[in-house]
Ligand binder design. Structure first.
Ligand code: PLP
Length: 231
């Protein structure tokens, strides 16, 4: 039987190998453990094994986990990676360290207003809809520059980079094309704002391809915590 600690070590190992193949330093690629739908005991197991960054997708679940794990796991850095409605922004602004899915000025501006003054600025990634499908969330590449410049002017937010969920496909060429387009947008953003340092892309099944195309943060759920129950 494999444990969460074993699977975490395995995910780390995959990151190191993928980095090596691309002649990259594995230290520049962070592992975000995606714990959505999983119990607090699983998060504690990963924390005990040394993991510090965790990603959650659902507002209520995330809030309750942040509160429940505050005392036993004080060093957790919480990342919100799910869709967010504007009436829920306050919960994210007051509980999380990072928010990966900003795609509209309205959401950014509410997070900026609602970030508690005693907390450091909220780290922001702009989510990009790279496939251009209307059904998907994220800003279009054309909207990126203007949204980034607005976020830059918000004192309680720090623009850290881009996040994307590329098309789920077995077509390796399409997948590589999308990762490459994201990497290009990321480099453009970085040239405008040198502080930008995060390209959040790659999940359990495609982290190797994402790292080959410059990912700096892979979001790994099922490879660490096992398959999720279907909702
Ligand atoms: C669930 C989720 C992940 C993790 O996916 P796995 O395939 O389980 O690794 C990563 N990113 C986002 C945005 C997710 O919703």
């Amino acid at each position: 039987m494999t444990t969460i600690a074993d699977r975490l070590a395995n995910a780390q190992h995959r990151i190191e190998q993928a980095a090596q193949i691309s002649s990259r330093n594995a230290n520049e690629i962070q592992l975000l453990a995606v714990s959505k739908t999983k119990p607090n005991s699983d998060i504690l197991a990963a924390y005990t094994a040394g993991q510090r960054r965790f990603g959650e997708n659902y507002v209520q679940e995330g809030e309750s986990k942040v509160n429940a794990l505050k005392d036993c796991c004080p060093e957790i850095e919480w990342h919100f990676i799910g869709p967010l409605q504007s009436n829920k922004t306050k919960i994210i602004a007051s509980h999380f360290h990072w928010m990966h899915t900003v795609s509209r000025e309205k959401i950014a501006s509410r997070l900026n207003e609602q970030r508690p003054k005693e907390m450091p600025p909220l780290n922001i990634c702009i989510q990009i809809n790279i496939s251009g499908e209307a059904s998907k969330s994220g800003a279009t590449p054309e909207e990126l520059e203007s949204l980034a410049s607005k976020i830059e002017q918000m004192p309680n937010l720090i623009l850290r980079g881009l996040m994307a969920i590329p098309t789920a496909t077995s077509d390796k060429q399409l997948q590589t094309d999308e990762f490459q387009q994201l990497q290009t947008l990321y480099q453009e953003l970085k040239s405008l704002y040198p502080r930008v340092d995060t390209l959040s892309m790659g999940m359990s099944n495609d982290l190797e391809q994402a790292i080959a195309q410059g990912s700096t943060m892979v979001r790994i759920g099922s490879a660490i915590f096992g398959e999720r129950d279907k909702p």
